[in-house]
Design a protein around this ligand. Structure first.
Ligand code: SAM
Length: 287
């Protein structure tokens, strides 16, 4: 069956998919990624994943167009790639039609890296590459170019998002598109200094209930990440990726390099670290 026939039958059974699956999108790829079943259906989980990835690609598309104006051969690096849904669909929708430009997936699970390599070869996506590296290792690995254009990290676990920011800073990324996962490190340091924090500030109420400490840890981590990016010369937009009913890990941080460092960003960052007894993490958030 032709792609267009597949698409027609899919849209007739699930009309809402019209907004999720584009006319030029490969149904064969969506099946190979197990987003669609062999019968061309979507289950609840894959619908959610497709929605997240599609929304993210809608945010990335104008950024890539902007990059392409000055660089016809852009590099996009996707950290914590997992099964590389984002990389594959992005390549299919945005890069396939260009003569150049590559997507590199960074992933610590060797089995996923191997599967992605096989799928890219099957699809003829010869400008996709997958590296079996941690995000931290990728910062100094010779397998990656010296500079990259766009860094993405969709639900990269724990501090992998922080490493992705360090990667973007080192590689002078023009854009960083981050949807953080939960980050446990800050909450851990908050807990470590709990007793010193009690009595210092009424904000110590945050330490009374573990769930508040954990959630606050996640939120303050993203605040610190934004300040870190602004201190390094990025302008930052923070928004929701999809409706909250689709994912609890829904914060989207888009950073664009402008070269203009926000004047008080480092000062604010240091003050927050001090206020919450988080000075142990000073190097984590260095710009
Ligand atoms: C929650 S999954 C998200 C996968 C994919 N980005 C997505 O949204 O479908 C996180 C992935 O990051 C990988 N990962 C975790 N820590 C990592 C690290 N430090 N460096 C590279 N990959 C990492 C995990 O193996 C996992 O495949």
């Amino acid at each position: 069956m032709q792609n267009s026939d597949n698409l027609k039958s899919l849209h007739s059974t699930s009309p809402d998919l019209k907004t999720l699956i584009q006319p030029n999108q490969s149904i064969t790829l969506l099946k190979a990624l197990h987003i669609l079943t062999v019968d061309g259906k979507l289950n609840q989980d894959s619908r959610r994943k497709l929605k997240q990835v599609t929304h993210l690609i809608n945010f990335i598309a104008p950024l890539l167009s902007e990059v392409l104006v000055n660089n016809p051969n852009p590099t996009i690096v996707d950290h914590g790639a997992g099964k590389s849904y984002l990389g594959f669909i992005l390549y299919d929708l945005l890069l396939k039609q260009h003569a150049a430009g590559q997507v590199v997936g960074i992933e610590t699970r060797a089995d996923l890296v191997e599967k992605s390599k096989v799928l890219a070869a099957d699809c003829g996506f010869d400008r996709m590459d997958f590296q079996h590296l941690s995000v931290e290792q990728s910062i100094t690995s010779d397998a990656l170019p010296k500079t990259v254009d766009i860094v993405t990290a969709l639900h990269a676990c724990n501090t992998a998002t922080d490493d992705a920011i360090q990667f973007g800073l080192k590689k002078q990324a023009k854009y960083m598109v981050l949807v953080p996962c939960c980050q446990a490190e800050v909450a851990e340091v908050l807990r470590k200094h709990k007793n010193e924090s009690f009595g210092k500030t009424p904000l110590s109420e945050i330490w009374r209930h573990p769930i508040h400490t954990r959630e606050f840890g996640s939120q303050i981590t993203n605040v610190l990440r934004c300040l870190q990016l602004e201190a390094a010369g990025y302008s930052v937009t923070v928004t929701e990726l999809v409706g909250w009913e689709h994912s609890m890990k829904n914060e989207l941080i888009i950073a664009k390099y402008t070269g203009q460092k926000r004047k008080n960003a480092t000062e604010r960052l240091d003050a927050i670290l001090s206020e919450f007894n988080l000075q142990d993490l000073q190097t984590r958030f260095l710009a």
